[in-house]
Design a protein around this ligand. Structure first.
Ligand code: SF4
Length: 373
């Protein structure tokens, strides 16, 4: 019995696949993905961007492979990065085969869109030979014509039917090493389609609200759509689609998972909006701290609260807390207990030092308690 049952999320039981060495589905942690927006044929630029995404904590990265130049660059990219690479293919079955040979960990391809049964067989064989998984990616904006005619417009049933049709093609080729997405830019449509698909199969699901929009609008929209699905236990891997730097997609993905307690990475900052009672500049302090603490991957919590109205209460629930006090005397809490006071000068450096120290302690403790191999 959980101590706080109101926080429990019961994840849908999906089968597990692997994208490279990263498990997706089953009891594996929900993974965070993004997609590069460099030219894949420009291996240097693509590698640089993937390394930046790795810094932000990405688990799996996707690159578009629209032409031969892209698949030609893929082998170099795969060699230079540490996370598994998914090759995004549309229609061109040869790009899929080239990508598999180049070391892609997964092929994002819809088998119903690549032509004859022989071509599908060739792609599946390449995936088997080179140890690739696949992602079937149904998109409301590009549903098959016969389904649009049958249903009149893109709707949840049409999307689920499309996904299951593609899945059947792979199953008929004795291939079940895949995950599925049913994305739409409309949250209602996407959520209903994912709910339908979650009931209809046990394949792992890749969540996304496609073409969600700008950094702010897209993050809110994705959080509503994907957040409600994750809360209901649906989803094994996620990608937030933003018209913004892909690093922002990774950050937004982790924030969603952290909010729901599904994944913990880095410093979770709790801060007040500030008001006339604030005893230091809360907004600026949080802004700078977020930047200065971005390199910390150890999960921990930090409360930055402008005054005693809410400061002590929040500090009790966090690893490190700062509460604004009168005459520039601010209280620092460690593990919920008031520990020492600091003045305005050097708030940032002081908190950064404390967080880094705590991260090192937590990491050392984890090493101590890890079972010997
Ligand atoms: S905690 Fe204090 S400073 Fe922050 S918003 Fe509330 S009353 Fe204002």
């Amino acid at each position: 019995m959980s101590v706080r049952p109101y926080r429990d999320i019961y994840r849908r039981k999906s089968r597990q696949i692997f994208v490279g060495n990263v498990p997706v589905g089953g009891d594996a942690p929900i993974t965070v993905q993004s997609m590069t927006n460099t030219l894949t044929s420009d291996a240097r630029a693509t590698i640089k961007q993937i390394l930046e995404l790795e810094e932000a904590g990405i688990d799996i990265v996707r690159v578009s492979c629209p032409d031969e130049e892209s698949t030609a660059a893929l082998a170099e990219i795969v060699r230079a990065v540490n996370v598994p690479v998914v090759a995004d293919i549309h229609f061109h079955y040869k790009r899929a085969i080239e990508s598999a040979k180049a070391g892609a960990a997964c092929l994002r391809i819809n088998p119903g869109n690549i032509g004859s049964a022989a071509r599908v067989r060739e792609v599946v064989q390449a995936a088997k030979d080179y140890g690739c998984s696949m992602r079937i990616g149904v998109n409301a904006g590009s549903l098959e014509k016969h389904l649009l005619e049958k249903y009149g417009e893109p709707c949840p049933d049409a999307m689920v039917e499309s996904a299951l049709d593609h899945a059947r093609i792979l199953e008929d080729n004795d291939f079940t090493n895949f995950k599925i997405s049913v994305k739409a830019s409309d949250v209602f449509l996407a959520v209903a389609a994912y709910q339908g698909l979650a009931d209809a199969c046990d394949y792992p699901l890749h969540l996304g609200i496609t073409e969600a929009g700008s950094l702010r609008a897209g993050t809110v929209k994705s959080a509503i759509g994907m957040g409600s699905l994750l809360w209901a236990g649906i989803g094994d891997t996620i990608r937030v689609s933003l018209s913004a730097d892909p690093v922002e997609e990774v950050k937004a993905g982790f924030e969603m998972l952290k909010t729901l307690g599904l994944r913990h990475r880095g410093v979770r900052i709790i801060s007040c909006p500030s008001c006339a009672r604030q005893a230091f500049q809360v907004i600026k302090t949080v802004e700078v701290l977020e930047e200065r603490l971005a390199h910390i991957s150890t999960p921990m919590s930090l409360s930055i609260i402008g005054c005693v109205v809410n400061g002590p209460g929040e500090a009790r629930e966090t690893d490190i807390g700062l509460t604004g006090g009168g005459q520039g005397n601010h209280m620092v809490y460690l593990s919920g207990v008031a520990d020492h006071k600091i003045d305005d000068a050097g708030i940032i450096d002081h908190i950064v030092r404390l967080v880094e120290q705590r991260a090192a302690d937590i990491d050392a403790q984890a090493l101590d308690t890890a079972p010997a191999l």
